[in-house]
Design a protein around this ligand. Sequence first.
Ligand code: NAD
Ligand code: DAU
Length: 336
Amino acid sequence: MTIIVTGGAGFIGGNFVHYMLKKYPDYRIVCLDALTYAGNRETLRDVAENPDFRFVHGDITDREGVYRLFAEEKPDIVVNFAAESHVDRSIENPSVFLTTNVIGTQVLMDACREYNVPRYHQVSTDEVYGDLPLDRPDLFFTEDTPIHTSSPYSASKASADLLVLAYCRTFGFPATISRCSNNYGPYHFPEKLIPLMITNALADKPLPVYGNGENIRDWLYVGDHCRAIDMIIHNGKIGEVYNVGGHNEMKNIDIVKLICRELGKPETLITYVEDRKGHDLRYAIDPTKIGKELGWSPETKFSDGIKTTIQWYLENRKWWEDILSGEYKKSSLFTK
Ligand code: NAD
Ligand code: DAU
């Protein structure tokens, strides 16, 4: 079994590569990653010597390069994590979000069709459903919730989802889609809320909370997301969308205060800053379908997962300090 994992030098893709190589010693995992600012070779250091792993530096929008790789590897499954993933950057510069997230998805699906790849999985997000009001805790996103996007990022992810579903219907394309809530855990790029707050707090820097900090996100430990994708690619039904989330809603401000407490840092570091434009109020996933159909449920409680995550950042300072200094771009892994 050969699986091409795109975006494997990023946060969730990197965790997925580690997870799959450990769980399936007889699988070959090929990571295709363009190493944008969010890609870090060092995330893959622990698997670099594994004979079942190959790293390919390449862009999913490069049709020729992608076709060449598919011809060489003849993958059994393609899992697409590669994306521009940060909402704030999409507000600053939407173009690259459309190129990578939409056109890149199309190129990968075309390559699958050209080389008869039997299975494709699109890693999507709960952000395609827009947001929920703060005063209606009874409402959740189901797979039938209408697409209603807020940011250029979520619009690009929703566009890709629609394209995947269109390929399923028109060409009988063998794809599934997962829409997960906010992930946290090791190897999370320190521009996102949790790793930013941990790394800033460790440096006694201000902790910038957008707006009033009352916005709610539904947090899932990254390992639980990887396990959900594993279940979907092996047992999911073609043409289906699966929501992934663990009913773990928290206000941003409560997360930031918790990180301060865990690190023994004063809450005076918290600084309220201008709100994100179009800021989604609340995300909350209803994961009933994946639970019923595939038997998935989250295994890591937030109270444990956040401690593990903080501990990981304490023990892996070089990984994130090199990102902050720009040194990570000089890693020589996979360059020979
Ligand atoms: P990330 O930004 O940490 O990593 C993205 C990776 O994709 C990087 O390694 C980057 O180099 C690579 N990449 C970007 N453009 C590329 C291109 N054109 N060709 C090849 N590689 C390219 O992202 P993440 O947080 O790990 O998210 C992974 C996927 O999961 C994304 O599709 C995202 O939309 C989705 N998702 C993320 C979350 C979350 O909480 N982080 C939740 C749900 C879904
Ligand atoms: O829900 C899934 C999505 O989660 C993924 O699709 C995205 O790729 C991923 O980046 C994440 O999007 P968010 O916008 O929810 O994540 P972010 O970490 O950027 O922000 C989380 C919340 O924290 C959000 O309400 C904005 C707020 N925030 C964020 C940053 C970076 C702050 O208050 N201060 C900050 O400095």
